[in-house]
Design a protein. Structure first.
Length: 1076
């Protein structure tokens, strides 16, 4: 009995420990709306992570899916729906698009023909997408099943439309997983992400953020072209979405959140694998990124008195707790800081000829103005009074600054102290001046400046006055016309006040101190100051112990707690998109979620018949066959590889449009297969999915989400010229420095390049807008039963998961509901099979060169194959690689046969092997991130889609050499490989990018899964939705405000002219009478 009692007590103690310290863990139910191809591969990675974390993931998959293959024994679930086409339809369409990209890359002479052909293929793709969407949305049984499954979130890739629509129909929040759209069209227009064209290069334009005049013009044109292209596609989708949702949905008012879920809905708790970082931890993280890998760094602080110091003190205390040494420059006149009291900080007292009583009197005068006079005085008198107060504070600040800058002994003592970073509050100027004088990097901590002037003019922070209220204006992001007018004037007045009343004096002061012409505002630019930061960060033993204990608790919770997980339905995109999507979905399954993939019966990579898959597949029966799909893909590849160089611009445009129409025709068939399958729709409704995950490249994911009334999430790489991201996601992409996707430009553009970029954006916008209007808007309206647009429905995505990161992208504005998850599929290097390892080791000191053209290009012409084979045979690193290919995978006489290379690369990744010296790649996102992850320099041979963009970014960052596939010779390839191997700068830059990629507070896969789970937990992400979604296009650009101001000026001018004429006439009459 005693033994039993002791055992019982131990069990009770264990239970108490579990309840008190760990707490019950419940997981979500995720519905996934996948996209075929590589999109699915990426989403699958997320699905696996979700499942790994205990979530339930259900993937909506058509019976014609190429890549998504439902398997009975997998941990994820699949909801297979029938589509009126076969796998051949998708395969043929993909082949046509790839042929267009590979063989007919647009040039100055082939631009229009390229996009004409691309438009046709896009229309075909949308038709397929609509069939997929119809197969889900019209299947009442499937929708009812999804509705009853209790999903928390819909994960979708916006490449495949309808995921968001399914989420809306299921009343679920939805999250998008995507890399980007061309020129970020979807992100900007649907997600409302800001992208000022003056310095943000459009996706696929290969431009950088340092653009010449011509490059900025090219960037602007790229954006507008992509907007037009996407809007042309969304037109029909808008109608389709409107009909499905049963209400009017306008492109000018896209929504990124799902309808509110009633509080009466059944309560759920979800798996918590990640923790949100507090503001203090984020601040400390950035400081530690500057301080680096040392046992403890040295921090110099330039504080601001009163409440500003109270917030900064928390950060400094945390730095001291982590072993860093903090020194505070303390002016003797400060009130709240006391350098004589016991403190963990060291104080350098700066003696100034200002007493504490004088400082207190000035502060009291300022408080009295704000408390009593500011609201009661007339506007101009209040503004004048504020300027006088600012001048008083400026004089005090100038005196304090002199106390440091003119104290040579103090400055020399600070220099010899060898500080690692300078922490300052920009409210009190000269902190950046001291940092410049000491030659150390600078970090700002700031609440705001009046009118956000410092952040906007110095930090380059975009703040559209149409929906971003100026600080201290007491406005919200929901403004009437009068309030927006007030907001514009507030910004203008603050800019004038800072430029002419404050910074003018400081500019001369800074120039005198530094001995050169200087602008105060320039010293506020963080990007330049951060460039001087080292790339090492602090290692903390205590933090590592804390992390291990957290993981121990997490493991205990997963092993012992009773969990309830979510349901995810997926609308994937085929090919390489599926590779990334699959990783994401597999993670969802690992976390306990149920994943159901809606996959067309005809697809490329999504094997819905794989019984070992962790997903549940709902196969959509489509009309196109596998032969049709293969033919489309072959035509697409042949176009880019062989035909593109010989076509005129209009021919290229025409061919590209043709390919786009072909692809979207298949997408529409898959959408039809979903929408028209009432049983499948009912089944999906009954499944009660929590979220739909979709790739917007395959249209209909958002439509499926709308039908299922669930939120949806996009997983996306990009759309052409980022049209989907910009037009539907409202992602800002200034064409002046943001290169349009697929353009192969960087953010360092010449005038001609900016001109190209601008026109590309413009043409893409016109194309997509027309395409959407003609092909999809009506379709969505019919399905949803109300007027709507494709873009509006896509804009309701809760989260857009963009499959890239700042290691690849150029700096650009971003929206809070857009998250970078680039490289989520990357894993640490694993041991190779014995046979391959022996071959790799046989290369000796020369090492190996990894060669891969990805998952889409599966054959080359004999001529091209021989060129590559001869080049590899001349490399010491590859003298035996060819034999390895033949030996391991039974290759043909040509050792670089593409199926063999892809087999070796995808099945046995060797980029992470220590002997890997270089990576020859076509520039696909997955391969690029494999190389970045392992720090391998690249030789890029871009062929189609985003590949030119990716390689251009790598070239601009010094990690790759680019070759033209159409003119490739054996010697070119040999020279390029030797260059990246023998020139150490390429390896150094690759390692630098690798460090940037790994130096993230959270892994990309964890970030993707976190946001999907977040949408499931909160039934959406409404707090991340910008007010830009509620504005019309003329309100967004303040055209109504400008028109009003112009009208006022015109009326005033008219009255003035009339008065002058009247006076002249009167004077003339008086003079005439006097003469008489």
């Amino acid at each position: 009995m005693a033994t039993k009692a002791t055992s019982s007590n131990k069990c009770l103690q264990l239970l108490a420990f579990h309840v008190v310290l760990v707490a019950p863990v419940f997981c979500g139910n995720v519905l996934v709306w996948p996209t075929e191809g590589s999109h699915w591969l990426n989403v699958k990675t997320v699905i696996r992570e979700l499942i790994h974390r205990g979530h339930s993931v259900t993937i909506l998959v058509s019976n014609a899916s190429l890549f998504i293959q439902p398997k009975a024994e997998t941990t994820e679930k699949f909801e297979v729906f029938n589509v009126p086409f076969k796998k051949d339809t998708i395969a043929n369409l993909i082949e046509e698009i790839m042929a267009l990209w590979l063989n007919n890359r647009p040039t100055a002479s082939t631009f229009w023909q390229f996009y004409k052909e691309l438009g046709k293929l896009t229309k075909s793709w949308h038709q397929v997408n609509r069939q997929i969407c119809d197969a889900v949305l019209t299947n009442r049984e499937l929708m009812a099943h999804l509705q009853g499954s209790g999903y928390d979130l819909l994960l979708s890739d916006p490449v495949t439309l309808c995921g968001d629509l399914v989420a809306l129909k299921l009343a679920l929040p939805f999250v998008y997983s995507l890399r980007f759209s061309p020129a970020s069209t979807v992100e900007r227009h649907c997600g409302k992400i800001p992208a000022p064209p003056s310095y943000t290069p459009a996706a696929l334009s290969e431009l950088t953020d340092h653009m010449s005049f011509g490059e900025r013009i090219k960037n602007i044109l790229s954006y507008h072209l992509q907007d037009y292209i996407f809007q042309s596609y969304w037109g029909e989708w808008d109608i389709y979405y409107s009909k499905v949702l049963g209400k009017l949905v306008m492109q000018a008012q896209p929504i990124l959140v799902c309808p509110a879920v009633p509080e009466e809905a059944r309560p759920r708790r979800h798996c918590e694998a990640l923790q949100i970082m507090s503001g203090k931890k984020v601040a400390v993280l950035w400081l530690l990124a500057v301080l680096g890998y040392v046992s403890g760094g040295k921090v110099l602080v330039w504080p601001v008195d009163n409440s500003h110091w109270l917030n900064m003190e928390y950060i400094l205390q945390e730095l001291v707790a982590r072993g860093h040494e903090v020194t505070v420059l303390l002016p003797s006149c400060f009130l709240i800081l006391n350098g004589t009291q016991l403190s963990p900080f060291q104080f350098e007292v700066v003696e100034v000829p200002i007493s504490k009583s004088e400082m207190a009197a000035t502060m009291d005068e300022g408080f009295y103005f704000w408390f009593y006079e500011e609201r009661r005085l007339p506007f101009w008198q209040s503004f004048y009074r504020m300027i006088n107060l600012l001048h008083k504070f400026e004089n005090i600040t100038r005196t304090i600054c002199d106390g440091v800058m003119k104290n040579k002994v103090l400055l020399e003592r600070l220099r010899t102290s060898a500080f690692d970073v300078f922490l300052a509050d920009p409210l009190m100027p000269s902190g950046e001046l001291i940092a410049e004088e000491l030659g150390i990097p600078l970090v700002y901590t700031i609440r705001f400046s009046m009118g956000n002037t410092v952040e906007r003019l110095c930090g380059g922070l975009p703040a559209p006055p149409s929906y971003v209220p100026a600080s201290l204006s007491s406005l919200t992001d929901k403004m009437t016309f009068k309030e927006r007018l007030k907001n514009v004037f507030s910004y203008a007045l603050q800019d004038i006040a800072y430029h002419y009343f404050l910074w003018g004096h400081w500019n001369q002061y800074y120039s005198d101190i530094l001995g050169k012409a200087a602008l105060t505002c320039r010293d506020y630019i963080l990007s330049e100051l951060f460039q001087a930061c080292s790339d090492w960060s602090c290692a903390w033993t205590a933090e590592m112990v804390g992390q291990r204990f957290s993981w121990l608790l997490w493991s205990y919770a997963c092993c012992w707690s009773v969990g309830f997980c979510g349901k995810v339905v997926v609308w994937p995109t085929d090919a390489s998109h599926w590779i990334n999507m699959k990783v994401m979905l597999e993670e969802l399954v690992l976390r306990g979620h149920e994943v159901t993939v809606l996959v067309p019966s005809t697809n490329m990579l999504i094997n819905y018949q794989d019984t070992s898959s962790p997903f549940t597949f709902e196969v959509l029966k489509v009309n196109f066959t596998q032969e049709n799909l293969d033919a489309v893909m072959e035509d697409f590849i042949n176009f880019w590889l062989d035909d593109l160089p010989d076509l005129f611009p209009w021919e290229t445009m025409w061919k590209m449009m043709k390919d786009i129409y072909s692809f979207y025709n298949m997408s529409k068939q898959a959408c039809d297969a979903l929408v028209s399958d009432h049983q499948l729709i009912a089944k999906l409704h009954q499944a009660k999915f929590d979220v739909l995950v979709a790739d917007p490249l395959a249209i209909c994911g958002e439509l499926a989400a709308s039908l299922l009334e669930i939120p949806f999430v996009y997983s996306f790489r990009f759309s052409e010229a980022n049209a989907v991201e910009r037009l539907c996601g409202r992602l800002p992409s200034p064409p002046s420095y943001v290169p349009a996707s697929t353009m192969g430009l960087t953010d360092q553009m010449s005038f001609v390049e900016r001109l190209r970029n601008f026109f590309f954006y413009l043409s893409m916008d016109l194309f997509f807008l027309k395409f959407w209007r003609d092909e999809w808007d009506g379709y969505y309206s019919n399905v949803l039963g109300r007027p709507t647009t494709l873009c509006e429905t896509m804009g309701k995505a809760e989260i857009w998961l963009i499959r890239t990161y700042w290691d690849v992208e150029f700096p650009r504005p971003f929206l809070p509901n857009f998250e970078f998850v680039g490289g989520l599929h990357c894993q640490p290097a694993k041991p190779l099979p014995k046979e391959i390892e022996e071959f790799v080791q046989s290369s000796g000191e020369h090492g190996i060169v990894v060669f891969s053209l990805g998952s889409m290009v599966y054959n080359l012409t004999d001529e091209r194959s021989n060129v590559i084979a001869r080049a590899l045979s001349q490399l010491p690193q590859n003298s035996r690689t060819q034999g390895a290919f033949a030996q391991v995978v039974d290759s043909s006489d040509i050792p670089v046969n593409m199926p063999c290379c892809c087999y070796m690369y995808l099945t046995f990744p060797v980029t992470g092997h220590p002997l890997a010296k270089a990576f020859i790649t076509h520039g696909g996102t997955n391969g690029i991130y494999e190389a970045i992850y392992h720090g391998i320099p690249m030789v890029g041979i871009p062929m189609f889609a985003d590949q030119h963009d990716n390689i251009a970014h790598m070239r601009a960052k010094g990690a790759a050499v680019e070759l033209d596939f159409s003119t490739l010779t054996t010697q070119d390839l040999v020279d390029a490989v030797n260059t990246v191997i023998n020139n150490s700068t390429y390896k150094e830059n690759a390692l630098r990018l690798s460090k940037i990629h790994h130096d993230q507070p959270i892994k990309p896969l964890d970030r993707a899964v976190f946001w999907i789970e977040f949408v499931m937990r909160h039934k959406g992400a409404k707090h991340l939705r910008p007010a830009a979604h509620h504005l019309t296009w003329y309100q967004y650009h303040c055209l109504d405000v400008l028109a009003f101001l112009f009208t006022c000026v015109a009326i005033a001018g008219f009255i003035l002219v009339k008065c002058c004429i009247f006076c002249f006439r009167k004077c003339g009459r008086i003079t005439k009478k006097k003469k008489e």
